[in-house]
Design a protein around this ligand. Structure first.
Ligand code: NAD
Ligand code: WQD
Length: 330
């Protein structure tokens, strides 16, 4: 089976390529490398000892993308390609709406032309907004606080409407919580350009001495220690969630949370990182970051029941693997 993986050179996409190849699927990656490096493709090959077909193509460019569909028989798509920096999306909303929505629609258009029926989409827990925890797939979604989040909510609606109009389509929407960690080989992981926006890559840069200290955004939330609580999930578990989703894909629209179901505060994550890696992470408490919510974790029972998937790796392993990868970055 050939799976087209858009954004397959990125953080979650590369780990998913490894999981797919290890599960016996053939993988075709399309990525324009706007937030990733081409070496990642070689690293995927090195880890799995398997071939990967790679195209440096922008998913919003119809002619280029059409050539991929006309060259290969594609059995399904996992669509990761997208821009994901929340703050940047507020400054450059058009870029985010254009890239994230046109890419999804272009893929749908070509799926129709080439009769591709299976579509797995990277959504985000951000679509729940500031909802009651734990977040369940059947909850009414509340508005998101930024254009990035809106592109995820809108893509979900676009895919749902397209699937409603064609009952043979199989659409799976995966709502990720907070993916961290890296492959145990230390070859692939999260390597954001510039100063990281997300907590774990910031922590690893502080531990490495590239940044002075971590700024913890608020310690006055109604949480266990006042700092924000999130559901961190090891990226390798998340990648395996995609294989389970693809294996179990059926007609209609199906939504799954991919998380661990457990909340960890910022301070708890910092302590776990220090303990796991025997290294200090200096920090300072600063004001809350606008748009942040106090607490967010998943109800993961639906994915367990319907996909037979559950996250296995704990916070200590996530911290060890994130650090192991960071130490390898030149
Ligand atoms: P990433 O930036 O590492 O990977 C995205 C990849 O898509 C990159 O390699 C980038 O070069 C590529 N890309 C972007 N626009 C493209 C385009 N128009 N054409 C071709 N390639 C393009 O991000 P990630 O963390 O691996 O996230 C993957 C997906 O999961 C994204 O859609 C993201 O919004 C979603 N997601 C991520 C998180 C998270 O915390 N990392 C959480 C929820 C959802
Ligand atoms: C986690 C916690 C911060 C950085 C974002 C997106 C979401 C999804 C995942 C993409 C919060 C605190 C952070 C720092 C800190 N992304 N923090 N100091 O905000 O839960 O989710 O990434 O698709 O859509 O919104 O993740 O890692 O930024 O923050 O104190 O330097 O760490 O306040 O409590 P978040 P995060």
């Amino acid at each position: 089976m050939n799976i087209l993986v858009t954004g397959g050179a990125g953080f979650i996409g590369s780990h998913t390529c490894v999981a797919l190849l290890e599960a016996g699927y053939e993988v075709i990656v399309v990525d324009n490398l706007c937030n990733s490096k081409v070496d990642t493709i070689d690293k995927i090959k090195k880890i799995t000892n398997k071939e990967v077909v790679f195209y440096n193509i922008d998913v919003t460019e119809e002619k280029d993308l059409d050539s991929v569909f006309s060259t290969h028989i594609i059995d399904g798509i996992i669509h990761f390609a997208g821009l994901k920096a929340v703050g940047e999306s507020v400054e450059k909303p058009l870029e985010y709406y254009y890239n994230n929505l046109v890419s999804t629609m272009m893929l749908c258009k070509l799926c129709k032309k080439y009769n591709v029926k299976k579509f797995v989409f990277s959504s985000s827990a951000t679509v729940y907004g500031d909802n009651e925890i734990p977040f369940r797939e059947d909850m009414k979604l509340l508005s998101t606080t930024n254009p990035y989040g809106e592109t995820k909510a809108m893509s979900e609606r676009i895919l749902t409407d397209i699937a409603k109009a064609d009952s043979s389509l199989c659409v799976t929407l995966l709502r990720y919580f907070n993916p961290i960690g890296a492959h145990e080989s230390g070859l692939i992981g999260e390597d954001p350009k510039g100063i990281p926006n997300n907590l774990m890559p910031y922590i690893t840069k502080v531990a490495k001495g590239e940044l002075d200290k971590l700024c913890i955004f608020g310690n006055d939330y109604p949480t266990i220690d006042g700092t924000g609580v999130r559901d961190y999930i090891h990226v390798v578990d998340l990648a395996e969630g995609h294989v389970a989703a693809f294996k179990n894909i059926t007609p209609g629209v199906h939504v799954y949370n991919l998380g661990t179901g457990k909340g960890t505060s910022v301070l708890q994550l910092v302590k776990a990182f220090e303990e796991a890696n025997k290294i200090k992470v200096p920090y300072e408490i600063v004001d809350r970051r606008p748009g942040d919510i106090a607490e967010c974790y998943a109800d993961v029972s639906k994915a367990e029941k319907e996909l037979g998937w559950i996250a296995k790796k704990g916070i200590i392993e996530m911290c060890k693997d994130a650090w192991n990868f960071e130490k390898n970055i030149k």
